[in-house]
Every structure is written in C-alpha cells, then in structure tokens.
Design a protein around this ligand. Structure first.
Ligand SMILES: [Zn+2]
Length: 80
C-alpha cells in the first residue's frame, strides 16, 4: 500500500502537527493530506486550534474553541 488512508491520516493528525511522528509517517500522512481535500481541511482546523491554544497557553482545545474555528472556516467557504 502506497500511502495512508483517511482514517489513518486523521488518527495521526495531532501527532503529525506536533511533529511526534517518525519521518516515514510524516511523509505518508503529508502525501495523503496533499491528495485528499477533506483530510487537509481537518488538518487546517487542527493546526488553527493548536495555534490558538498555544497562544492562550491552554493545555488542550476546549470544545467551544473547536466549534468557533469550524464556524469561521465555514464562513470563509460561504464567502468564496
Ligand atoms: Zn483522506
């Protein structure tokens, strides 16, 4: 099998963003994200959440924040 599938990629997204994966896995997940818009969208959401929580010093993303990020992305898509 050449690359990761969706559940594979989504399972590893947080580790991928946190750079906790071995190089080989990073390549695999990265390749999948490039070829799979839904997973790439999820990746963007999680990166935004991570950036926001890092900035506020939060330990983990509260559900409210996740919802806010999702809503802002949805708003962007509707504008386009
Ligand atoms: Zn996918």
């Amino acid at each position: 099998m050449a690359g990761a599938d969706c559940s594979d990629a989504l399972d590893r997204l947080f580790e991928y963003i946190d750079e906790e994966l071995p190089e080989e896995e990073v390549q695999r997940i990265g390749a999948h994200l490039k070829s799979c818009p839904p997973c790439e969208a999820e990746h963007q959401i999680k990166e935004k959440i991570k950036a926001l929580t890092a900035r506020t010093g939060g330990e983990k993303a509260p559900e409210e924040l996740r919802i806010r990020v999702l809503e802002s992305l949805r708003a962007v898509r509707q504008d386009g």
